[in-house]
Every structure is written in C-alpha cells, then in structure tokens.
Design a protein around this ligand. Structure first.
Ligand code: PHE
Length: 503
C-alpha cells in the first residue's frame, strides 16, 4: 500500500499495544506535531489507527496565590490578631483587630469576606468575634495552595481548588492531549508493507521558488478526515443574532433608527405620557446622569404640547394627570431605560422630518436599567424596538407582525397577555416557552400608542409599537438558561465557542 510520507512515519511510530502520545510519535517520526496530528486523523479515517483525546488540567498559582502560600492568607492573619485581641471571649473592636493584623488596603476586605465565609468568627456593627473551634492552621484553601505549589494537585481538595480559582489565586489551563494506537487493520497493513508515495503533501516556498512544483504529484486531500479543533475569534452570537434581527426587519420593510444612549427624560418619559411622579421614573429603574446641561435645546412647541397633555389631557374628554409637570424634570439626563425614546424622536418629526404613513421603523440597541442581576436580568440589555404607523391598526396587526417576526427564528408558540403601559392602550406582553426548562418567559411588551402620546407629536393616524428583548430571544433560540452565560464577566466561553449558529 502507498501512503503519503507523514502517514507512513506515523504508522511506523505507532504501537499496537499501547496508546502513544502524538507528540512522542511526532518526535520519533521526525514530524511537526501538527503534521503528525493531521496524518493520524487521516489514518483514523481509513481505520488504520485510533485517535484518543484527553483533556489535562494544569494548575498554576497567580502572583497573589504565590504570595499567600509563602506568607499566609489574609483571613488567617485576621484570625490570629482577633484571638490575640481576646475576640474568642467576646466581641472586640474591629479596628483594633485589623490594626494588629498588619493588613492594609484591599487585603482588609479580602480578609473580612473570607473570615465570615469560613465562619472564623462573626463581624457585626464594627465588632469582631473569633470562633475558638475554627482551625485556620489547617485551612483547606491554604492546604490546596500548598499542594499546587508543591506539584501535588492530586492531594488538594476539589472544592478548595474551585474556591481558589474563584478568588483569583489559581489559574487552570486546559490542554488537549491526543494519542494514537494501531488498529488490527493498521497492523495488517504494516505487515503487508506500506511504502511512502512519492507525493508532496505540502507546498513549500522552496517548491515555489525552484519551480519544482510544476513537476511533482500532490497528495490528494481527504476532506472526510477529522481535523484538529482550532478555537479562533468569532462574532459573538448575541451580535450575530442582533444582525439577523436587523436583516429580518429590513426584509419586512422597516428602516433603522439611531439616537443617543444618554437622553433627556423628555424623550424617554415625558413624550410617553409617563407622569413625572411615575415610579418607573425614579432612580431605581433608570440611571440618572449628573450633567443635564449637556442636553441642549428641546423643541419648544413640542415641550408645550407634551406639558399640556400631562396637565389637561388630549381631546374634549381628555383627562390629564393633574399632577405637577416641570420642564426642569423633563431636562434631566438619564441613560435610556428603553429605546422608545428613539421612537418618540422619529415620530415627532425631529429626527428625519415629517413622516407619511405607512411608515415602519426599528432599532436593535442597548438600554440600561438598575435591575438586580439574576439569570434573566442584566443591568444593560438589547432591546428590539419597532413601530408601524398606518391608518386603522388593530391588535390583530400587532399579533400578526410578531407571529411573522418570531417565526423566522423558529419560535411559533407565542402567547399574549393584556398589560398596562402609561403610553399604550391596549397593551400586550409577549411570552415564549423556554426549550429546555419549559418555563414561559416574557420576551417583550407592546401596544398601540394613546392619543395623549400621538397628538402632541403631531401624528394623526395609528401607531403600534413594541420593545422586545434580544437576550430573551436568544434564550428561546439556543436554550440558554442563564443570561450571564452569554455575556458579562461570568460568561461561558466554551458554550459560546460551541454553540451552533442558526441561519
Ligand atoms: N418601552 C416598553 C418596554 O421597555 C416597550 C414598548 C414600546 C411597549 C413601545 C409599547 C410600545 O418595555
């Protein structure tokens, strides 16, 4: 049998009885590891060798971990100082214990949080106690640090290792090690005789400059052979999905809106008929900025019409809120909590001039909210904003648009629930079912703008509008359960690398 030179070398270096590491095989065969790996995969595709893969973990202390293992953990220092100060018998002033421990700067916080976590004692209103039963001398994390430093990771407690990694005292590096072994067919082939085919499997600069490339025979590609995994940079799936959403909406006839992330409350709240004492306007929800002067001019005539809508209402039967309204508050500058601020700018005619129905606009942009982080909430997320301006719109148009939009992402089980927004009537929340947990997840909010919003803007036909969450769409598409796996500092790189992209 004739095989390319590299394959022959790997066959000859491989063993029938035991797995040999590809690096060793490569050294024996006088090949680069990548060339040996490629040859091994090609031989495996023809059943002549088997390739096994194993992931090895290498533990390395960070500089901070290294310092602690040579000295001591900050919480151990604190415990010792607290004991000396008599904290085993009752609470003592924290300042006294910290002073005696010699801890300074960031080390104090590190000591305190780990002290409490390890139940070395209690910390309460400026006082500290020391638990006499605690045994910092055999602290599992210190023992694990020592084990790693001495190259005895196998002696370390697994939970302690995890904890050290979380504390940034330890890095874990993963290495994929491949090994090959001859199969029965491989042994037979070798016994029958394998010769190096006189083909060239790599085009080299020498072949090119000498002109020899014109006369040699090239090895054929085996496109079915496995190949080494290379994890290269790629577009984040959130960005990919954002772009796909944009393409989809453009395909449905929408144009894109743009506008500021930090904007006047006027555009974020007041145009939306949100009373100035509305709870959603407080700092709990929206981030307020310190320099409202940066806003510049607000359109005077529009300010007046919005003020009047809030105070007196719109139309003969209109009721305003009868609550105070001041331009000062409207001029407050916030990070937008929704991109409906953009819809207001566009609908008002101030962004792209007067609009002629029918019109459709969208944006896929970041919004900011002072939420509590949890698996489905981040402080910032992407909102898919959109609106359609036309005569005689109804809830059926709204539902139809969502059905058509979400279908393109494989989501066909939308549910709608009546809802309340100060600026739309009727209003609906949208839900989808999470493919993994089966839970019903809110994916967006929508409605038809009230006259109190549209009349001041000078719009005299219907406008239906929505704000959908891009991250929640992603959760339904890919089955992510924790949004923090996808972005932020805790994101799961493996998951991001391996998620198959749907097109
Ligand atoms: N602004 C709403 C939100 O952030 C979404 C929405 C936009 C609802 C337009 C109705 C109309 O939840």
């Amino acid at each position: 049998m004739k095989r390319p030179q590299a394959q022959v070398a790997v066959l000859q270096a491989a063993d029938a009885q035991e797995d040999r590491r590809i690096d060793d095989v490569a050294a024996d065969a006088d090949l680069k590891p990548e060339a040996a790996t490629r040859a091994a995969f090609e031989l495996e595709a023809d059943g002549l060798v088997s390739v096994a893969e194993e992931t090895l973990e290498h533990y390395e202390l960070t500089d901070e971990g290294d310092q602690y293992v040579r000295e001591s953990l900050p919480e151990q220092d604190l415990y010792e100082a607290a004991i000396d100060a008599g904290a085993a018998d009752g609470p003592v002033q924290m300042g006294q214990a910290i002073g005696a421990s010699g801890l300074e700067g960031g080390a104090v916080d590190i000591a305190l949080s780990n002290y409490a976590r390890k139940a070395y004692g209690e910390i309460d209103s400026g006082e500290i106690t020391a638990n006499p039963d605690a045994d910092p001398g055999s602290d599992p994390e210190m023992l694990a640090l020592e084990a790693v430093a001495d190259g005895r990771v196998e002696d370390a407690d697994a939970d302690a290792l995890d904890q050290l990694e979380r504390r940034g005292l330890l890095n874990v590096r993963e290495e994929t090690v491949r090994s090959v072994q001859l199969t029965d067919d491989g042994v037979t082939a070798l016994m029958e005789g394998v010769e190096a085919a006189e083909t060239v499997d790599q085009l080299t600069p020498e072949l090119l400059t000498s002109g020899e490339w014109e006369d040699v025979a090239f090895t054929e590609y085996n496109v079915e052979a496995d190949a080494e995994d290379v994890s290269h940079g790629k577009e984040h799936i959130l960005r990919q999905t954002a772009n796909r959403v944009k393409d989809t909406l453009v395909g449905m006839g929408f144009s894109e809106m743009e506008g500021p992330h930090a904007d006047a409350q006027f555009w974020i709240n007041d145009c939306l008929f949100m009373p100035q004492d509305h709870p959603a306007r407080t700092h709990w929800d929206q981030f307020a900025l310190e320099e409202p002067e940066e806003i510049g001019e607000l359109p005077e005539d529009l300010v007046e019409r919005v003020r009047s809508a809030h105070k007196e209402g719109v139309g003969p039967d209109g009721e305003g809120y009868h609550s105070p309204w001041t331009e000062d508050i409207a001029r407050g500058m916030d990070l937008r909590g929704h991109t409906t601020s953009l819809s207001m700018r566009y609908l008002s005619g101030h962004q792209v001039g007067e609009l002629d129905p029918p019109e459709r606009y969208f944006s896929v942009e970041k919004v900011y909210r002072n939420d509590t982080l949890d698996p489905t909430h981040l402080l910032e997320f992407f909102q898919i904003e959109g609106w359609v301006m036309a005569e005689d719109l109804s809830v059926r148009d709204l539902m139809g648009t969502f059905t058509e939009f979400y279908e393109q992402f494989g989501i066909t089980d939308l549910e709608f629930k009546p809802h309340y927004n100060p600026y739309t009537e009727p209003s609906f929340e949208l839900f989808g079912t999470h493919p993994e947990t089966g839970e019903v997840v809110e994916v967006g909010n929508s409605g038809i703008f009230r006259d109190e919003v549209l009349t001041p803007l000078g719009v005299d036909c219907d406008v239906m509008a929505w704000g959908l969450s891009l991250e929640r769409l992603l959760m339904l598409m890919y089955g992510f359960e924790d949004i923090r796996d996808v972005h932020g500092t805790l994101c799961d790189l493996e998951l991001l690398r391996e998620t198959e992209v749907m097109r």
